[in-house]
Each structure stands twice: as structure tokens, then as C-alpha cells.
Design a protein around this ligand. Structure first.
Ligand SMILES: Cc1ncc(COP(=O)(O)O)c(C=O)c1O
Length: 412
């Protein structure tokens, strides 16, 4: 059985037309604009079917075989499948698939390894660190003593010397590697070496690259990190949620950090959908997809540079690109608004070493739609045309609609 968003909306239409309109409106928006937000993707109809299933009704605090609620025999099977598939996919000793989100996974990783007040070394927020890597507005910045490392001014690459120096000076309890905007592979072996030198845990926050890791298109942090946190909804193409992988020795601490320390009822429909996504990600087709995501991002980055944008680090190894549109006469925030009006949906982001905002783009969603290098070149041209003001918004919007129309994310 396949359930598409259209069918879900049809079910709702009779009972709640107001909400049916919202579902249909969002489906239309996603199908007629281009989703270039680096953190987004289109889950398969099978993933959406699990999400919209009666498993959503089930309360299941605890872990398979040890629940605080009755009637969990069947959802236990779903969780065991999800755990086994995650372990096999990533070659991990242990997987916890209950985290409700990437942030919850990071919270649980800290809870498993740290005490309030401990020092943690992580990529600073201005350089692409996530909120959970020490933002003063987030629990992480309030409860721990975060020290930020940065990127080199010239290359935009992680400043390894600074990481080593800060680690030696501050003796952190944990080092975090991972980012919302770093377009290159991280050198996990380097971070492991520094962590070992100063006696720190290594936490890899692989929320972004984990899907590429699954498809063999990016190096895996699993052999190096004590704990790997991830999201399941980015390149991995699963449901919105989180996941934790770790070594066998930490399994019990991680599980207790998720439940009962930071969460109670597991969301069994989401866990079943994660299992479906892990199954899909283990196929040869997904490996082809993951490599195409990177190939597309490389072409998009190169064409944006040809158009005059300053691409951070000069390109990308991943699905993610950050770029400064200033040479086209526009800052990132203004650019995002103009591009949104044309149907090119992306984020703005902090740019290392400067106050101006840049643009952050990703190729996961457009690649799921079946777009290839030719379409990336077309998107770069369109984007630059809009920003330079040589392509009228209405004309660009029409071209985006026509391009997106050729690659529907879901069967009609
Ligand atoms: C590096 C990193 N960590 C954590 C998260 C948090 O994920 P969520 O939005 O699911 O809480 C993100 C989200 O983009 C991320 O990029």
C-alpha cells in the first residue's frame, strides 16, 4: 500500500476541509517550488505510510521487552527492526532510535557523558556550530561551559591547530565535531587523536552527513566517536527524528540518557518509519542517490562560483553549500527573500569571518526528485539572474514551476 500526501488530504477533506486545504496547499508548494534547504528532503511514500499509521496511537515507554505499558508486543518488533537495521547500516555496536529529534539526541549524548558545568569544545556558532553546541539561548550554553573553535580565515576549513591548542589549554570533558553549515568532510581521525590526547570523549554530531555516510558517499564517524548523534530526516530521507549510535560500553548509559532521563513515551510510528528509511538506505539505489547528491552539489557550487558568488571553502564534499552573494550586490537575507518569491527556497546562514549573512543550499531534495547536473546548472543560472535583477521574479517563478513540474516528488 502506498499512501501519498494527496490521499491523506482526501481522507481529511470530508471531516476537516480547513486542514485538508493546508495539506494540499503545502503539497502544492513543495511540488511547484524548489526545495534547496540543506536540511530537507522528500521521504518515500512508504516512510509516510508508517508515519500515518495506527502505530501513532501506541504508548510505549521503555525499551522492547521492558515497557511500562501493556500491548507493546507488536511495536516492540518495529523498534527491534529499526535498531538492527541502524546497527547494520552504520556498523555500530549499539543504536538508540527513540530520540524525537536531532537536538534530543545531542541532549541525551551530553546527559550520558557529562555533568552540568563540564567544559565542552565545539565548533563556534558563527562558524556553523548548531544551537546545541553551546548557544547561550539553548540548554547547552546554559548548563555547560562551551569553548568554541573556528575555521581558518583564508580556506574556511576547520582550524585544526586551534582545536588542538584549545583542547590542551581547556582540557574539555568532551569534544563535539559536527555542523549545520560545514560543506567539507570532517577529519574524524584528527578529532579522535586530540580527544585521546586530552582524555576527552568525542561526540560526532552527524545530523547532516549521516545520509551520505549510509550511502557510502562520506566518511563515517562511527569508528572514531564515542557517541554519534544524527537526524533521520535530512539526506537519510527518513521521518523527522533523531538517532544515537555508540560503542557497546556506552549502550546502557545512552539508553538511560534517552529514557527515562530526557524522554518518556517513544513515538512508535516514527520509529517504524525510521526502520523503513534504514531499509531503503541499505539498498544499492540509495548509494547511487547519495553519490548523485554530492555530484549535484559540486556542480551547483561550481556554477554559483562561475556566476560570481563566493563559495565558502571553494566548493563542497557533501550535499551542502554556503556562499556569499555580496558580489552580486545583495546580502544573504535580502537574497533569501527575493529567491523565495521566485520559488527558490533556501536558508541564509552566518558566514565565517564577517558580519554579512550568506546563503546555505543543499541538493538532497532536488536529487530525490531525480534532478541531475544539467538541472543544477540551470538552477545556478536562475538564482544568479534573480539576484542580479536581470530575470524578473514572475518569469523566474514560471521557470521554477516548469522545472519542478518535470520532477514531481510524489506520484500524482
Ligand atoms: C548539526 C546539527 N545538530 C543538531 C540538529 C538538530 O536537529 P533537530 O532540528 O531535529 O532538533 C541539526 C539540525 O539541523 C544539526 O544540523
Amino acid at each position: 500500500m502506498t499512501v501519498t500526501p494527496a490521499i491523506e488530504a482526501d481522507v481529511l477533506r470530508h471531516q476537516d476541509p480547513e486542514l485538508a486545504d493546508v495539506l494540499l496547499g503545502e503539497r502544492e508548494r513543495q511540488a511547484t517550488t524548489l526545495q534547496l534547504i540543506a536540511a530537507e528532503n522528500f521521504s518515500s511514500p512508504a516512510v509516510l505510510a508508517a508515519l500515518g499509521s495506527p502505530l501513532a496511537n501506541k504508548y510505549a515507554e521503555g525499551y522492547p521487552g521492558a515497557r511500562h505499558h501493556g500491548g507493546c508486543e507488536i511495536v516492540d518488533v518495529a523498534e527491534r527492526i529499526a535498531v538492527d537495521r541502524a546497527k547494520a547500516l552504520f556498523g555500530a555496536d549499539h543504536a538508540n532510535v527513540q530520540s524525537h529529534s536531532g537536538s534530543s539526541a545531542v541532549l541525551a549524548a551530553y546527559a550520558a557523558l557529562l555533568r552540568p558545568g563540564d567544559t565542552v569544545l565545539a565548533l563556534g556558532l558563527p562558524y556553523g556550530g548548531h544551537l546545541t553546541h553551546g548557544s547561550p539561548a539553548n540548554f547547552s550554553g546554559r548548563w555547560f561551559d562551551f569553548v568554541g573553535y573556528g575555521v581558518e580565515a583564508e580556506s574556511g576549513l576547520v582550524d585544526h591547530e586551534q582545536v588542538r591548542t584549545l583542547a590542551r589549554m581547556r582540557r574539555p570533558k568532551a569534544i563535539v565535531c559536527g555542523s549545520i553549515a560545514y560543506p567539507r568532510h570532517l577529519d574524524y581521525a584528527f578529532f579522535r587523536e586530540v580527544a585521546d590526547e586530552v582524555g576527552a570523549y568525542l561526540i560526532a554530531d552527524a545530523a547532516h552527513p549521516i545520509g551520505l555516510v549510509a550511502g557510502g558517499a562520506a566518511p563515517s564517524p562511527v569508528p572514531y566517536a564515542d557517541i554519534v548523534c544524527a537526524t533521520t530526516h535530512k539526506v537519510l530521507r527518513g521521518p523527522r527524528g533523531g538517532m544515537i549510535l555508540c560503542r557497546a560500553e556506552l549502550a546502557e548509559r545512552v539508553d538511560r540518557a534517552v529514557f527515562p532521563f530526557t524522554q518518556s513515551g517513544a513515538q512508535m510510528h516514527t520509529i517504524a518509519a525510521k526502520a523503513v528509511a534504514f531499509g531503503e538506505a541499505a539498498t544499492p539505489a540509495f548509494a547511487v542517490y547519495a553519490h548523485q547528491v554530492v555530484a549535484n552539489a559540486r556542480v551547483l557550487a561550481a556554477r554559483l562560483a562561475d556566476e560570481g558568488l563566493v563559495v565558502t571553502t571553494g566548493g563542497t564534499d557533501t550535499h551542502l553549500i554556503t556562499a556569499d552573494p555580496a558580489p552580486l550586490g545583495v546580502d544573504g537575507r535580502t537574497a533569501r527573500g527575493r529567491l523565495a518569491a521566485a520559488g527558490l527556497v533556501l536558508d541564509c546562514c552566518a558566514l565565517p569571518h564577517g558580519d554579512a549573512r550568506g546563503l546555505r543550499l543543499g541538493t538532497a531534495a532536488v536529487t530525490t526528485q531525480g534532478m541531475r547536473e544539467g538541472e543544477m546548472a540551470r538552477i545556478a543560472k536562475l538564482l544568479a539572474g534573480v539576484l542580479r535583477g536581470v530575470t524578473e521574479t514572475v518569469r523566474a517563478r514560471e521557470e521554477v514551476r516548469e522545472l519542478a513540474g518535470g520532477f514531481p516528488p510524489y506520484p500524482r
